[in-house]
Write a protein that binds this ligand. Structure first.
Ligand SMILES: Nc1ncnc2c1ncn2[C@@H]1O[C@H](COP(=O)(O)OP(=O)(O)O)[C@@H](O)[C@H]1O
Ligand SMILES: [Mg+2]
Length: 270
C-alpha cells in the first residue's frame, strides 16, 4: 500500500495526505540553532539515551518512553524540538496539525487519527501532532460534542496501543485544555517558555553569527529584545540584517531598533 518516495526515501501511505514529511537531514538544517532550557536539554538527552539502550531496558523489563508532550507559548521551540528529535534519532518527521484534520471534517477525524497511528506502526518515524489541544476542544452543537468524545476515545486507544520504533510527539499552547485522560498517557513532558537572559544571549549570538556588527551590539540586542519569544528574536534580527545589507553597513543599534518597531512583537510582561 505504501510506496517509497525516491526523492527523500520516506514511505508515504495513502490516506494520510494531511501530513508533511521531512527527512532527518532536512530536520537537521531546521533545528541547527535550537536553544533548550537546561531542564529540557536534560529531558531530551535522557530520552535519547534510553532509546539507545533498548536491550538493557528489555532485560530489566522496564518500558521505554515513546510519547512526549510539550506545552508552552508560540515561538518557543516546540515544533523545532520535534525536528531536533527526528534528526538525533535519524528518523523521518511526520508533521500533522490536529486542528487542520479536525476542521476539515469532524466525522472523519477518528479514521484519520487511526490512519496516522497505523502509518507510524508500519514506518518508524517521529509522528508529531501539533495543535494537540484541538482534539479535546468542546464543540458548539450536541452532535459535535458527541463526535468529539468519540474522537478522544479513538485517540486514547491509539495512545495505549502505540509501540514499535516510532516516537509520538505532541505540542500544545494550552496545557489546561488537554483532557486529563490523554495527558497522563504521555511518559515525557516538557514545558517551554520565553528565553531567559542567558538563552536569549546565546540565541542572538547564533543568529548574528559572523555578520559584521557594531561593538558590543549583542548586549544591546539582548536588552532590547527582553520578553520576546525566540521566533520574534529571529524575525527582528533577520529584518535588521536585511537593512544592513541594503545599506552596505554593519549591524548597528538603530537597525535593530527600527526592525523592532516595524515587527512590533507582542511582548508579554515577565
Ligand atoms: N528554542 C528555540 N531555539 C532556537 N530557535 C527557536 C526556538 N524556538 C523558536 N525558534 C525559532 O522560531 C521558529 C518557530 O518556532 P517553533 O518551534 O515553530 O515554535 P512553537 O512550535 O513553540 O510555536 C523556529 O523555526 C526557530 O527559527
Ligand atoms: Mg509549533
Amino acid at each position: 500500500m505504501s510506496k517509497i518516495n525516491h526523492m527523500n526515501r520516506i514511505p508515504r501511505a495513502k490516506g494520510i495526505d494531511m501530513a508533511a514529511f521531512y527527512t532527518p537531514k532536512e530536520c537537521r538544517r531546521k533545528a541547527q540553532h535550537i536553544v533548550f532550557s537546561a531542564e529540557n536539554e536534560r529531558i531530551i538527552n535522557e530520552f535519547i539515551t534510553i532509546l539507545g539502550m533498548k536491550e538493557r531496558f528489555r532485560e530489566h523489563d522496564v518500558s521505554i518512553p515513546n510519547k512526549m508532550v510539550m506545552f508552552g507559548p508560540p515561538g518557543t521551540g516546540k515544533t523545532l524540538t520535534a525536528s531536533h528529535l527526528a534528526e538525533r534519532l535519524d528518523l523521518p518527521l511526520v508533521l500533522v496539525r490536529l486542528d487542520a484534520i479536525i476542521h476539515s471534517h469532524l466525522g472523519e477525524t477518528g479514521s484519520n487519527v487511526r490512519k496516522l497511528f497505523e502509518y507510524a506502526r508500519m514506518n518508524p518515524c517521529v509522528l508529531f501532532l501539533d495543535e494537540f489541544d484541538a482534539i479535546g476542544r468542546t464543540r458548539e452543537s450536541n452532535d459535535e460534542v458527541k463526535e468529539m468524545a468519540r474522537v478522544v476515545n479513538t485517540l486514547l486507544q491509539c495512545l495505549d496501543e502505540f509501540d514499535g520504533d516510532s516516537i509520538l510527539v505532541a505540542a500544545t499552547n494550552l496545557e489546561t485544555q488537554l483532557d486529563h485522560a490523554i495527558w497522563r498517557r504521555f511518559d515525557t513532558k516538557m514545558t517551554y517558555g520565553m528565553p531567559d537572559d542567558a538563552s536569549r544571549r546565546l540565541y542572538i549570538s547564533k543568529l548574528v553569527g559572523a555578520f559584521e556588527q557594531e561593538n558590543r551590539l549583542e548586549d544591546y540586542i539582548c536588552e532590547r529584545l527582553t520578553g520576546c519569544s525566540y521566533a520574534d528574536i529571529e524575525q527582528i534580527v533577520l529584518k535588521a540584517k536585511r537593512k544592513a545589507i541594503i545599506a552596505s553597513s554593519a549591524l548597528h543599534k538603530q537597525l535593530i531598533s527600527d526592525a523592532y518597531d516595524e515587527y512590533r512583537p507582542r511582548v508579554l510582561e515577565c
